[in-house]
Design a protein around this ligand. Structure first.
Ligand code: FES
Ligand code: FES
Length: 158
């Protein structure tokens, strides 16, 4: 039986009727039309569905929507937009790290969570933290370079 819940997503509150077995990914895409969160494997293996909950990266295909109640959810739509990019998004653009629409949103949100915990991550840390976000085609070199550039920029500003 469906239940009424309220989710806080990108600063807005959404009241929804959801089934107990509906994942957060399904609700984001199918109920709310927030298509920036991608359905890749739907099995917890690719990272394409990554969102932030209270600033931490979670795989929305493995989380029930009901378990996301009372947690601030940020999807890629909430990070920044045209003319108002998050510094991380700008770094991806400047370093040529923008890849396809399937892997990039999840990579950016995983990186956002990492950079909130690690001021100046080493290349090894970046590789470890990004290991759950898969690209089946282009690779990871530019992504790592973009993340290093954000980290260096932050260090210069301090
Ligand atoms: S769609 Fe969630 S990890 Fe692949
Ligand atoms: S999966 Fe997105 S560029 Fe490879």
């Amino acid at each position: 039986m469906k239940q009424e819940i309220a989710l806080n997503i990108n600063g807005d509150t959404y009241e929804l009727l959801v089934s107990p077995n509906q994942t957060l990914l399904e609700v984001l895409r199918d109920n709310l039309g927030l298509m920036g969160t991608k359905r890749g494997c739907d099995l917890g293996a690719c990272g394409a569905c990554t969102v932030l909950l209270k600033g931490e990266a979670y795989l929305s295909c493995l989380m029930l929507a009901m378990d996301a109640v009372d947690k601030e959810i940020v999807t890629i739509e909430g990070l920044g937009g045209r003319g108002n990019l998050d510094p991380l998004q700008s770094a991806f653009v400047e370093q040529g790290a923008l890849q396809c629409g399937f892997c990039t949103p999840g990579m950016i949100l995983t990186a956002k969570a990492m950079l909130s915990e690690e001021d100046h991550p080493t290349e090894d840390i970046i590789k470890k933290r990004m290991a759950g976000n898969l690209c089946r085609c282009t690779g990871y070199k530019k992504v790592i370079e973009a993340l290093q550039s954000v980290s260096e920029q932050t260090a210069e500003e301090e």
